[in-house]
Write a protein that binds this ligand. Structure first.
Ligand code: ZN
Length: 331
């Protein structure tokens, strides 16, 4: 039995269009939306975001909020507050700053981020929070240089290891980078729990363990308190990988979740799917559930039509997804 089938919904600034979108989502068989709240929309779009949450609830959908941007997630989602605070920035091993990215070891950034999350949860009243690919930024010449080696990181490293932070990617530095990401996550997840114990925390980590984003292993997921769902997004069609690569990462996620006592969510892409490969969308969804995933989600509503990430034939790709949703919900 599938616990949840979600679709990423960016929202719509015009309240009158929201109703139609949400009805379509319900009719397609989805049970939740993963609602993006970008930093540049917050709080100026709070009224329409709240309306989306309320209407989704009226229609029987759960709402998980994707706290998008805010200096902590994949590049391209801009931050407004982080660039104004140089003390929050990530800095790489050769001293170059990244003004769009907050460092997980910056106390000021952490405080601000928690405050934003509190505001979002209190004002929107979602069912949970989706932590979307938290990561450290990857310098262009990775692994020659890496983040983060800002003043805060060097201070915390010195406190923990009793010596100066190396400028090379030693074993200790790798461990420290990963611990830094998980420490921040743990603070955020606990903050959500404190606000409302009934809220669901979903953590999505990218399917790679090279450490380029600060993650070398999923083992630390086992000790994250307050987490409910572990998620990954093995985008093999868009990423030009094999189907075996997709199933391998689904299995890895399932194994971690099982050991941690969490539900597993698998994302299937409706991102730049080439025309004629829509059947691969269908088979990915079905396979994820067959392998034991509790939840499936897709990025994004109507195959990203109108955006840079649109599938080549968004109508056909969306249709393939809707058929897959029908199939897995029928059991
Ligand atoms: Zn740092």
């Amino acid at each position: 039995m599938v616990w949840d089938v979600s679709v990423a919904y960016h929202g719509c600034p015009y309240p009158r269009h929201v109703e139609g979108d949400l009805r379509e989502i319900v009719e397609a068989g989805f049970t939740s939306i993963t609602l993006c709240v970008n930093e540049y929309e917050w709080p100026n779009m709070v009224r329409v975001k709240r309306l989306i949450v309320d209407r989704a609830h009226d229609l029987g959908l759960r709402v998980f909020v994707d706290v998008h941007g805010f200096g902590f997630f994949v590049p391209g989602h801009f931050s407004i507050a982080v660039p104004k605070n140089p003390g929050w920035w990530e800095v790489d091993s050769v001293g170059r700053p990244y003004p769009l990215r907050g460092c997980p070891n910056s106390p000021g950034y952490l405080e601000w981020l928690k405050q934003q999350v509190r505001g979002i949860v209190e004002r929107l009243k979602p069912d949970g929070v989706f932590w979307d690919e938290p990561s450290l930024i990857v310098p262009e010449d990775w692994p020659k240089s890496w983040t983060c080696r800002c003043e805060n990181c060097r201070r915390v490293f010195h406190d923990e290891y009793g010596r100066d932070m190396p400028d090379e990617l030693t074993q200790e530095v790798k461990e420290f980078r990963q611990n830094s990401v998980f420490r921040l996550l743990s603070e955020l997840i606990e903050e959500v729990r404190r606000l409302d114990g009934g809220l669901t925390n979903i953590l999505c980590l990218m399917p790679e363990h090279t450490g380029m984003h600060g993650i070398y292993s999923w083992e630390p997921v086992l000790s994250l308190k307050g987490l409910d769902v572990f998620s990954t997004d093995p985008y093999w069609i868009w990423g030009r990988r094999s189907f075996d690569w997709f199933t391998e990462w689904v299995e890895k996620a399932l194994s971690v979740s099982k050991r941690a006592g969490l539900k597993t969510q698998i994302w299937v892409e409706l991102i730049k799917v080439p025309r004629g490969r829509e059947a691969d969308v269908y088979r990915s969804v079905v396979k994820a559930v067959e392998l034991g995933a509790d939840a499936v989600a897709t990025w994004s509503f109507r195959a990203g039509e109108g955006s840079e990430y649109s599938c080549e034939d968004p109508e056909a790709a969306w249709k393939a997804m809707v058929e897959a949703v029908k199939k897995i919900r029928e059991g």
